[in-house]
Design a protein around this ligand. Sequence first.
Ligand code: GAL
Length: 810
Amino acid sequence: MQKLYSISMILMMLVGFWACSFSSKEVRQVVDFNRGWYFKLGDHPNAIREGFDISSWRLLSVPHDWSIEGNFSEDHPTKPEGGALPAGMGWYRKTFFLPKEASEQSIWVEFDGVYRNSEVWINGHRLGERPNGYSSFEYDLSEFLTYGDDANVIAVKVDNSAQPNSRWYTGSGIYRNVRLIRTGKIHVDHWGTFVSTPAISNETAKVELEVIIRNEGHNRRHLTIETVILDAEDQEVAQLESKASVEGSSHFEILQEMEVSQPALWSTERPYLYKVVTKVYAGMQLQDEYTTPLGIRYFEFDTKKGFSLNGTPMKILGVCNHHDLGALGAAVNKRAIERQLEILKEMGVNAIRTAHNPPAPELLDLCDEMGFIVQDEAFDVWKKKKVDEDSHTFWDQWHRKDLEDMILRDRNHPSVMMWSIGNEIREQFDSTGISITRELVGIVKELDNTRPVTCALTENVPKKNFIYQSGALDLLGFNYKHKDHKNFPNWYPGEKLIASENMSALATRGHYDLPSDTIMRWPASYDQPLTTGNEDYTVSAYDQVSAYWGSTHEETWKSIKQQDFMAGLFVWTGFDYLGEPIPYPYPARSSYFGIIDLAGFPKDVYYMYQSEWTDTPVLHVFPHWNWEEGQMVDVWAYYNQADEVELFLNGESQGTRKKSDDELHVMWRVRYQPGNIKVVSRKNGKAVLEREIFTAGEPQRVTLTPDREIIKADGKDLSFITVNIQDMEGNLVPYADNMVHFELEGEEATIVGVDNGYQASLEPFKVNYRKAFKGKCLLIVQSTSNSGVVKVKATAENLQPAEIELKIVD
Ligand code: GAL
């Protein structure tokens, strides 16, 4: 133990030195502050002191979520709605050193999000608290730091013990990134710029930049503020210099106006990004350099014509997502978010609603880069609670700050095109909704007048909806009840409209209940979960089941696609998420709403959207072909770019089908015989695509298919490896549930999660084994900081094993 302790002390010092070994020439040093934290569950108030004994604490890197490391239990106070994983309290502590020259600098620490009720101390001084687990915040450390050989101790208490505090899984801990910022005494303020593009034409775009500059020195200084705009190739396309003088210990704001000629516009197909680089000089000496992202685009919501981007009408084709990353829990990982967005992009999604809280900043960076429109949402509750310990408990004291910080942090992202001040807020039903809406919209407009403010409403009757009655919203969002939409132009004359949340259809990947053409609304609620469904807690993946307040995917999309006045829609949800396992009771512990399951495997309805929302030729046929002899089985196909499809069973035609104007899929009902089914899509009599499904034999082997074989040796990058159970011919065995064990050979990577997308699996996520579910499971491997080759092996009893190599590169 003693030995272990001294090794960890050495490590800790190395981390400290590493963290701060930056060339002093850089004027602004943004230091990754994620490594070298010690963590322990429980309450440890003495950890704020230097010399505190951490020998029993665990060394880890943040982002970290301790809930996802736990075991499922119905008895956890988070309840199945919160994911049935443990919460409680925990402490983090980190030691770091700063060079003597740093005493001349301004130094602050930035937390992107800590769930929840965090309190932070530096060298025994309490810096503050932040109840809201989704807000980003920073603390100025400068006056409390020591330099040279003396260690600094930062301690963070995280208290997620008041439960239940959420209607979905939140995670617990420092689950987002942390940075240490070091600048000179004269510097651009934290979130201190605001870029906007008030006038855009083909020839030119006007760019306005507001900059707040702080002088934390004692003397008045004359400053030059030089700003350049760089295009995507880092070529300068605009430049401006301003002069100002600033008193000691004060700050000021300047406005710079520039022009970019022949601007390349940001769009969802071509998300072109510029950069605005601001340099602050005192005399000849560079004091700070700060980069603000810039996307040049204009958009409009129209009461009749819906949404247009850069003058081109388009529908917002969005999904709502919660923030968890499946087996990785809430712990932010940029590659895991990017993978989710890649899967959504391929399906044709062009927008994300950050249900129901400010997201990780990396999500917005990726939406800027990949071309997604974002509805950035602040709250799920205001003063009136939904669950006992939710954010209504700190509404009075914190709502202004939480909302302001979201706007200040996110307003430079071109992807963000709507601010949402809430989801299904209780105050829409009484007159307090009027004043609170006006207050919140006022807070947003103070900081950003360039985007509409919306709110996701459920009360469709105008005179009963007090949030609407406030008259303060720019854009009305409505959740569900799509049959009312046709009346909206009459009920809400002159209003701009978006279907902010829809469907809540339910499905388990790879499970099919017959017959498929009966639509079921399951009377599920938190209080009355379904006890009469399938014994194994599955829900049919034919698009035939929804929560009673929603609809199947096909029902709502069919109607919204015809309504030009509706700017677009957000489907509930893109991915399954932990918690809210409607319609079932425990052991169901994650949601059924996703178009894609928790492991990232698409359910069948994914292809309905792909056939509707993209130009990719699509022909998707399901279900599998392993049934009881003689059973009547419904075969569905989603397709596009063809005028008919024909099904063959063991070579014999079962008829040709064409979608009517009112259909988004076709179906054949056939008597099952083993063998194969084949569907051919044709246009003008010529075959476009062909799909074949065979009756699978006994499980024979495991296969491993990584999404990427080469990943970066940065200690963060991931390879998502799909594990299939196949028969002798290479067919997926659709009922296979073999237990698969994983092993890595090599120090260059580690296993960080396993999953199979099954909503009622009680297996843990942070282990090296997983049962397949409907023939599939997932292994997630993360690089360390060492480059090299890692062998990944998968074994299962009585099956041929699999082995692949991953390259981890610098
Ligand atoms: C909505 C709510 C979502 C989620 C969904 C489930 O009413 O806004 O957060 O609970 O229902 O269907």
